[in-house]
Design a protein around this ligand. Structure first.
Ligand SMILES: [Zn+2]
Length: 106
């Protein structure tokens, strides 16, 4: 492939959306969750899916992977936590279901 394809972002609401990222031959190897923090700043976190080829491509084998329960509408388990801003919730049936904000224990 010589051209870089535009990856469409799927908007869930006015402050949250995602797009699939590829690894190797797998076009949908995980999602980038793009969202606004409580301060209105742009934040992005990656959630790779639990497939053998994705697992094999991970530099750090201890990083968590998510189960792709359903691609359309998107359903992932377990819940998604952004370690950058503390965003926490479920992606279920293509909708964002918020959970209490994640607070690092340090
Ligand atoms: Zn975040």
């Amino acid at each position: 492939m010589s051209e870089i394809e535009e990856i469409p972002e799927i908007r869930l609401n006015d402050w949250l959306g995602y797009f699939f990222f590829p690894i190797g031959d797998r076009a949908h190897a995980g999602i980038c969750l793009c969202h606004l923090t409580e301060n209105g700043e742009m934040c992005v976190s990656n959630f790779p899916f639990d497939f053998p080829d994705v697992r094999a491509a991970m530099v750090n084998p201890n990083l968590p992977l998510w189960t792709l329960d359903k691609e359309d509408p998107l359903t992932l388990t377990p819940s998604l936590i952004c370690k950058g801003c503390g965003l926490h919730g479920y992606l279920k049936e293509g909708m964002w279901a918020p959970l209490p904000r994640w607070i690092p224990d340090e």
